[in-house]
Design a protein around this ligand. Structure first.
Ligand SMILES: Nc1ncnc2c1ncn2[C@@H]1O[C@H](COP(=O)(O)OP(=O)(O)OP(=O)(O)O)[C@@H](O)[C@H]1O
Length: 266
């Protein structure tokens, strides 16, 4: 699949208030780019802009790669009066395309919910509903996939399984993943960004293909770097009153830009 790179350069306001910017974000073609950051800094707003759902967002700037996009929003957006299977195939029906029920059932099988295909969303748990929304996104077959905390409602084992499945089924796609989970980002990201009120910071990813092993030392180290930069753990040596905080350049190991990208994309 010929997936495009994504790029956003500009400033966004909602209801007259600055959400982010000026900001430059580049997500390489065919790679997973992970976006982390505190609540309210504009991560979902960025996904909405790429998805063409920018109503109410005053965006001054340029976007590229924002066509042929599948978005999995934070809310599962399942229609309560449709069956699970009909929710998975909803996109094709809304676009007036032929519905491939067999393919949708296969994806439901892979997310462990084939036996619930005829149920209504209201009969499912939160984690099951999230897996239906994931199945719908994976069935869309788009070159660009935007995922807004897609695994947040899942238990640890199911989360790892769904991460593996999503990487497998989205091979070759350009993926932009918003997550609050540094472990997830360290496992899945070819490119890692942290967005804060001060702007966008790129953090070196671990080497190696994705999904990376959870317990791998380099993955754990990247997770720790992300946690530190997010301010979730104290920086070593900064516990004494008056001690100067370490600058990000001291926290991150020196690495060539793009070191985590698949071969041929550096
Ligand atoms: N419909 C809206 N009307 C007014 N303000 C909004 C609207 N949608 C978003 N905002 C504001 O825009 C800012 C960015 O919201 P956004 O949802 O993009 O943040 P986020 O980084 O994704 O947060 P979270 O991690 O909590 O999902 C927030 O301050 C939010 O209050």
């Amino acid at each position: 699949m010929n997936a495009p790179a994504l790029a956003l350069h500009g400033t966004a306001h909602i209801a007259g208030r600055l959400v982010f910017g000026p900001l430059s974000l580049n997500a390489p073609a065919g790679c997973w780019t992970c976006l982390l950051g505190p609540s309210g800094v504009g991560k979902s707003t960025i996904l909405r802009l790429f998805a063409g759902l920018g109503d109410g967002i005053a965006f001054d700037g340029a976007l590229s790669g924002a066509g042929q996009v599948a978005l999995m929003a934070q809310d599962d957006l399942l229609l309560p009066w449709l069956s699970v299977l009909d929710n998975v195939t909803l996109g094709a029906r809304l676009r007036g395309q032929a519905v491939d029920g067999g393919a949708a059932l296969q994806v439901l099988e892979r997310v462990g919910l084939a036996d619930r295909a005829g149920d209504r969303p209201g009969d499912l748990s939160g984690g099951q509903r999230q897996r239906v929304a994931l199945a719908r996104t994976l069935t869309e077959d788009r070159p660009v996939v935007l995922l807004d905390e897609p695994f947040s409602a899942l238990d640890a084992r199911t989360r790892a399984q769904m991460q593996d499945l999503t990487v497998e089924l989205l091979t070759g796609r350009t993926v932009l993943l918003v997550t609050h989970d540094p472990a997830e980002a360290a496992r899945l990201g070819h490119v890692l960004f942290i967005l804060t009120e001060d702007g966008l910071q790129e953090v070196p990813p671990p080497d190696g293909p994705i999904p990376r092993p959870v317990g791998d030392a380099a993955v754990l180290a990247a997770q720790a770097r992300l946690l530190t930069h997010l301010g979730a753990v104290p920086v070593a040596g900064a516990g004494t009153r008056g001690a100067a905080p370490r600058a990000p350049r001291d926290i991150f190991p020196k690495k060539e830009p793009g070191a985590g990208l698949p071969r041929g994309r550096r």
